[in-house]
Design a protein around this ligand. Sequence first.
Ligand code: PAF
Length: 285
Amino acid sequence: MTTEIEIVRTVADLRARVAAWRALDETVAMVPTMGAIHEGHMSLVRKAKTLADRVVASIFVNPLQFGPSEDFEAYPRGEERDAELLAEAGAELLYAPNAREMYPDGFATTVHVSGLTEGLCGASRPDHFDGVATVVAKLLLQCGPDIAIFGEKDYQQLLIIKRLVQDLNIPVEIVGGAIVRESDGLALSSRNAYLSDAERAIAPLLRAAIHQAAQQIAGGGSAKAALESARASLEAAGFRVDYLEALDPQTLAPLPRSFSSARVLVAAFLGETRLIDNVPVPPPA
Ligand code: PAF
Protein backbone atom coordinates (compact mmCIF):
# COMPACT_ATOMS: atom_id res chain seq x y z
CA MET A 1 0.00 0.00 0.00
CA THR A 2 1.40 3.43 -0.90
CA THR A 3 1.14 6.32 1.53
CA GLU A 4 -0.18 9.59 0.15
CA ILE A 5 1.87 12.75 -0.05
CA GLU A 6 0.72 16.03 -1.52
CA ILE A 7 3.04 17.51 -4.15
CA VAL A 8 3.29 21.25 -4.77
CA ARG A 9 5.49 22.85 -7.42
CA THR A 10 5.17 26.59 -6.87
CA VAL A 11 6.21 28.96 -4.10
CA ALA A 12 2.62 30.23 -3.91
CA ASP A 13 1.19 26.72 -3.33
CA LEU A 14 3.91 25.88 -0.80
CA ARG A 15 3.23 29.06 1.16
CA ALA A 16 -0.56 28.50 1.07
CA ARG A 17 -0.13 24.97 2.46
CA VAL A 18 2.24 26.10 5.23
CA ALA A 19 -0.03 29.07 6.08
CA ALA A 20 -2.96 26.66 6.53
CA TRP A 21 -0.92 24.65 9.07
CA ARG A 22 0.19 27.84 10.81
CA ALA A 23 -3.46 28.90 11.12
CA LEU A 24 -3.99 25.71 13.17
CA ASP A 25 -0.93 26.56 15.34
CA GLU A 26 1.02 23.66 13.86
CA THR A 27 4.81 23.72 13.69
CA VAL A 28 6.66 22.89 10.47
CA ALA A 29 9.97 21.16 9.76
CA MET A 30 11.65 21.10 6.36
CA VAL A 31 13.97 18.44 4.92
CA PRO A 32 15.61 19.76 1.73
CA THR A 33 16.94 17.08 -0.64
CA MET A 34 18.01 16.58 -4.23
CA GLY A 35 15.96 13.39 -4.46
CA ALA A 36 17.40 9.89 -5.01
CA ILE A 37 15.88 9.26 -1.59
CA HIS A 38 17.50 6.62 0.60
CA GLU A 39 17.41 5.59 4.24
CA GLY A 40 19.63 8.57 5.15
CA HIS A 41 17.02 11.06 3.90
CA MET A 42 14.24 8.98 5.47
CA SER A 43 15.97 9.16 8.85
CA LEU A 44 16.00 12.97 8.51
CA VAL A 45 12.26 12.97 7.81
CA ARG A 46 11.63 10.68 10.78
CA LYS A 47 13.69 12.99 12.98
CA ALA A 48 11.79 16.01 11.63
CA LYS A 49 8.55 14.27 12.53
CA THR A 50 9.64 14.06 16.19
CA LEU A 51 10.43 17.80 16.24
CA ALA A 52 7.45 19.36 14.46
CA ASP A 53 3.76 18.71 13.71
CA ARG A 54 4.22 18.78 9.93
CA VAL A 55 7.10 17.84 7.64
CA VAL A 56 7.78 19.35 4.22
CA ALA A 57 10.43 17.61 2.13
CA SER A 58 11.78 19.24 -0.98
CA ILE A 59 13.34 17.73 -4.08
CA PHE A 60 15.30 20.02 -6.35
CA VAL A 61 18.43 18.96 -8.23
CA ASN A 62 20.08 22.34 -7.97
CA PRO A 63 22.09 23.19 -11.11
CA LEU A 64 23.95 25.97 -9.29
CA GLN A 65 25.85 23.58 -7.03
CA PHE A 66 27.27 21.35 -9.80
CA GLY A 67 30.52 22.23 -11.57
CA PRO A 68 30.67 22.08 -15.39
CA SER A 69 32.34 18.65 -15.37
CA GLU A 70 30.18 17.22 -12.55
CA ASP A 71 27.21 14.87 -12.63
CA PHE A 72 24.21 17.25 -12.88
CA GLU A 73 22.74 15.49 -15.93
CA ALA A 74 23.49 11.99 -14.60
CA TYR A 75 22.28 12.68 -11.04
CA PRO A 76 19.67 9.97 -10.26
CA ARG A 77 16.08 11.20 -10.64
CA GLY A 78 12.84 9.35 -9.89
CA GLU A 79 10.14 11.47 -8.32
CA GLU A 80 7.44 8.85 -8.00
CA ARG A 81 9.55 6.44 -5.95
CA ASP A 82 11.09 9.33 -3.97
CA ALA A 83 7.62 10.63 -3.08
CA GLU A 84 6.58 7.19 -1.83
CA LEU A 85 9.66 6.88 0.39
CA LEU A 86 9.26 10.40 1.80
CA ALA A 87 5.60 9.69 2.56
CA GLU A 88 6.51 6.37 4.18
CA ALA A 89 8.95 8.22 6.47
CA GLY A 90 6.21 10.67 7.49
CA ALA A 91 6.44 13.74 5.23
CA GLU A 92 3.05 15.33 4.48
CA LEU A 93 4.11 17.64 1.68
CA LEU A 94 6.64 17.42 -1.13
CA TYR A 95 7.83 20.67 -2.65
CA ALA A 96 9.27 19.87 -6.09
CA PRO A 97 9.76 23.07 -8.05
CA ASN A 98 11.27 23.15 -11.53
CA ALA A 99 14.34 25.21 -12.40
CA ARG A 100 12.24 28.07 -13.78
CA GLU A 101 10.29 28.37 -10.52
CA MET A 102 13.54 28.44 -8.53
CA TYR A 103 15.58 30.58 -10.92
CA PRO A 104 13.20 32.63 -13.08
CA ASP A 105 14.52 34.73 -15.97
CA GLY A 106 16.63 37.56 -14.65
CA PHE A 107 17.65 35.74 -11.46
CA ALA A 108 20.85 37.53 -10.39
CA THR A 109 21.59 36.84 -6.72
CA THR A 110 24.27 34.62 -5.20
CA VAL A 111 24.64 33.92 -1.49
CA HIS A 112 28.28 33.50 -0.48
CA VAL A 113 29.37 32.39 2.99
CA SER A 114 33.05 33.16 3.45
CA GLY A 115 35.54 31.34 5.68
CA LEU A 116 33.87 27.97 6.23
CA THR A 117 33.48 27.44 2.47
CA GLU A 118 37.14 27.85 1.62
CA GLY A 119 38.75 24.50 2.52
CA LEU A 120 37.78 20.83 2.09
CA CYS A 121 35.02 20.43 -0.54
CA GLY A 122 35.12 24.19 -1.23
CA ALA A 123 38.73 23.93 -2.37
CA SER A 124 38.07 21.20 -4.93
CA ARG A 125 34.55 22.22 -5.97
CA PRO A 126 34.71 25.96 -6.71
CA ASP A 127 31.27 27.68 -6.53
CA HIS A 128 29.65 24.53 -5.06
CA PHE A 129 28.85 26.12 -1.71
CA ASP A 130 27.63 29.36 -3.32
CA GLY A 131 25.10 27.18 -5.15
CA VAL A 132 24.16 25.37 -1.94
CA ALA A 133 23.88 28.58 0.11
CA THR A 134 21.79 30.29 -2.57
CA VAL A 135 19.30 27.45 -2.95
CA VAL A 136 19.06 26.73 0.79
CA ALA A 137 18.42 30.42 1.54
CA LYS A 138 15.68 30.38 -1.09
CA LEU A 139 14.11 27.11 0.12
CA LEU A 140 14.01 28.35 3.72
CA LEU A 141 12.53 31.71 2.73
CA GLN A 142 10.00 30.05 0.41
CA CYS A 143 8.79 27.59 3.04
CA GLY A 144 9.36 29.43 6.32
CA PRO A 145 9.78 26.31 8.52
CA ASP A 146 10.48 26.41 12.26
CA ILE A 147 13.18 23.75 11.87
CA ALA A 148 15.23 22.47 8.93
CA ILE A 149 17.21 19.24 9.03
CA PHE A 150 20.40 18.44 7.09
CA GLY A 151 22.52 15.30 7.24
CA GLU A 152 25.89 15.27 8.99
CA LYS A 153 27.45 13.36 6.10
CA ASP A 154 27.74 16.76 4.43
CA TYR A 155 29.33 18.12 7.59
CA GLN A 156 30.90 21.22 6.02
CA GLN A 157 27.56 22.02 4.34
CA LEU A 158 25.76 21.75 7.69
CA LEU A 159 28.13 24.26 9.33
CA ILE A 160 27.82 26.63 6.35
CA ILE A 161 24.02 26.50 6.53
CA LYS A 162 24.09 27.23 10.28
CA ARG A 163 26.32 30.26 9.58
CA LEU A 164 24.07 31.37 6.72
CA VAL A 165 20.85 31.44 8.76
CA GLN A 166 22.60 33.16 11.64
CA ASP A 167 24.15 35.83 9.42
CA LEU A 168 20.97 36.49 7.40
CA ASN A 169 18.64 36.31 10.46
CA ILE A 170 16.54 33.62 8.81
CA PRO A 171 14.19 32.55 11.63
CA VAL A 172 14.75 28.80 11.54
CA GLU A 173 16.56 26.30 13.74
CA ILE A 174 19.06 24.18 11.80
CA VAL A 175 19.36 20.63 13.12
CA GLY A 176 21.88 17.97 12.05
CA GLY A 177 20.89 14.36 11.43
CA ALA A 178 23.29 11.49 12.17
CA ILE A 179 24.98 9.69 9.26
CA VAL A 180 23.22 6.47 8.29
CA ARG A 181 25.56 3.66 7.24
CA GLU A 182 25.34 0.33 5.49
CA SER A 183 26.12 -2.64 7.75
CA ASP A 184 29.72 -2.57 6.46
CA GLY A 185 30.14 1.09 7.48
CA LEU A 186 29.73 2.83 4.10
CA ALA A 187 27.82 6.08 4.57
CA LEU A 188 24.59 6.12 2.55
CA SER A 189 24.82 8.46 -0.43
CA SER A 190 22.91 8.85 -3.66
CA ARG A 191 26.30 8.64 -5.41
CA ASN A 192 26.99 5.11 -4.09
CA ALA A 193 24.85 3.99 -7.03
CA TYR A 194 27.71 4.97 -9.36
CA LEU A 195 30.12 2.43 -7.78
CA SER A 196 30.98 -0.74 -9.68
CA ASP A 197 30.79 -4.01 -7.72
CA ALA A 198 34.58 -3.96 -7.26
CA GLU A 199 34.53 -0.33 -6.05
CA ARG A 200 31.57 -1.03 -3.75
CA ALA A 201 33.62 -3.80 -2.09
CA ILE A 202 36.46 -1.34 -1.36
CA ALA A 203 34.28 1.66 -0.40
CA PRO A 204 33.75 0.76 3.33
CA LEU A 205 37.51 1.25 3.85
CA LEU A 206 36.86 4.98 3.71
CA ARG A 207 35.00 4.98 6.99
CA ALA A 208 37.30 2.34 8.49
CA ALA A 209 40.36 4.54 7.77
CA ILE A 210 38.93 7.72 9.33
CA HIS A 211 37.50 5.78 12.26
CA GLN A 212 40.92 4.35 12.99
CA ALA A 213 42.57 7.77 12.65
CA ALA A 214 39.99 9.26 15.05
CA GLN A 215 40.67 6.50 17.59
CA GLN A 216 44.44 7.09 17.35
CA ILE A 217 44.01 10.84 17.85
CA ALA A 218 41.66 10.25 20.79
CA GLY A 219 44.25 7.94 22.30
CA GLY A 220 46.80 10.77 22.29
CA GLY A 221 48.54 9.89 19.00
CA SER A 222 49.72 12.66 16.71
CA ALA A 223 47.01 13.76 14.27
CA LYS A 224 49.63 14.10 11.52
CA ALA A 225 50.80 10.49 11.92
CA ALA A 226 47.23 9.15 12.18
CA LEU A 227 46.20 10.96 8.99
CA GLU A 228 49.31 9.87 7.10
CA SER A 229 48.66 6.26 7.99
CA ALA A 230 44.96 6.57 6.99
CA ARG A 231 45.95 8.17 3.67
CA ALA A 232 48.48 5.39 2.96
CA SER A 233 45.90 2.66 3.60
CA LEU A 234 43.32 4.39 1.39
CA GLU A 235 45.78 4.86 -1.46
CA ALA A 236 46.93 1.25 -1.16
CA ALA A 237 43.29 0.16 -1.53
CA GLY A 238 42.86 2.20 -4.71
CA PHE A 239 41.36 5.50 -3.50
CA ARG A 240 42.60 8.84 -4.81
CA VAL A 241 42.40 11.08 -1.75
CA ASP A 242 41.10 14.60 -2.33
CA TYR A 243 41.45 15.69 1.31
CA LEU A 244 41.88 13.99 4.66
CA GLU A 245 41.99 16.31 7.66
CA ALA A 246 41.35 16.51 11.40
CA LEU A 247 39.85 19.92 12.19
CA ASP A 248 37.98 21.90 14.81
CA PRO A 249 34.38 20.62 14.62
CA GLN A 250 32.78 24.08 14.83
CA THR A 251 35.09 26.30 12.78
CA LEU A 252 36.91 23.76 10.58
CA ALA A 253 40.13 25.53 11.59
CA PRO A 254 43.35 23.51 12.00
CA LEU A 255 43.67 21.89 15.42
CA PRO A 256 45.73 23.75 17.99
CA ARG A 257 48.43 21.84 19.89
CA SER A 258 45.92 21.03 22.62
CA PHE A 259 42.22 20.57 21.80
CA SER A 260 39.12 19.09 23.40
CA SER A 261 37.16 18.09 20.29
CA ALA A 262 37.89 17.39 16.64
CA ARG A 263 36.37 15.91 13.50
CA VAL A 264 38.12 13.80 10.89
CA LEU A 265 36.84 14.58 7.39
CA VAL A 266 37.66 12.89 4.10
CA ALA A 267 36.84 13.08 0.40
CA ALA A 268 38.27 10.47 -1.94
CA PHE A 269 37.64 9.17 -5.42
CA LEU A 270 37.04 5.55 -6.28
CA GLY A 271 37.27 5.58 -10.06
CA GLU A 272 35.11 8.53 -11.12
CA THR A 273 33.00 8.54 -7.95
CA ARG A 274 33.82 11.07 -5.25
CA LEU A 275 32.81 9.88 -1.77
CA ILE A 276 32.83 11.97 1.40
CA ASP A 277 32.61 10.95 5.04
CA ASN A 278 33.46 12.23 8.51
CA VAL A 279 33.58 11.02 12.11
CA PRO A 280 33.98 12.76 15.47
CA VAL A 281 37.15 12.19 17.45
CA PRO A 282 35.82 10.58 20.62
CA PRO A 283 36.62 12.45 23.84
CA PRO A 284 39.54 10.95 25.80
CA ALA A 285 38.39 8.16 28.13
O1 PAF B 1 22.58 18.02 0.63
C1 PAF B 1 21.85 18.17 -0.37
O2 PAF B 1 21.13 17.27 -0.81
C2 PAF B 1 21.86 19.51 -1.10
O3 PAF B 1 23.12 20.09 -1.07
C3 PAF B 1 20.80 20.49 -0.56
C4 PAF B 1 21.06 20.87 0.88
C5 PAF B 1 19.41 19.87 -0.67
C6 PAF B 1 20.81 21.78 -1.39
O4 PAF B 1 20.58 21.52 -2.73
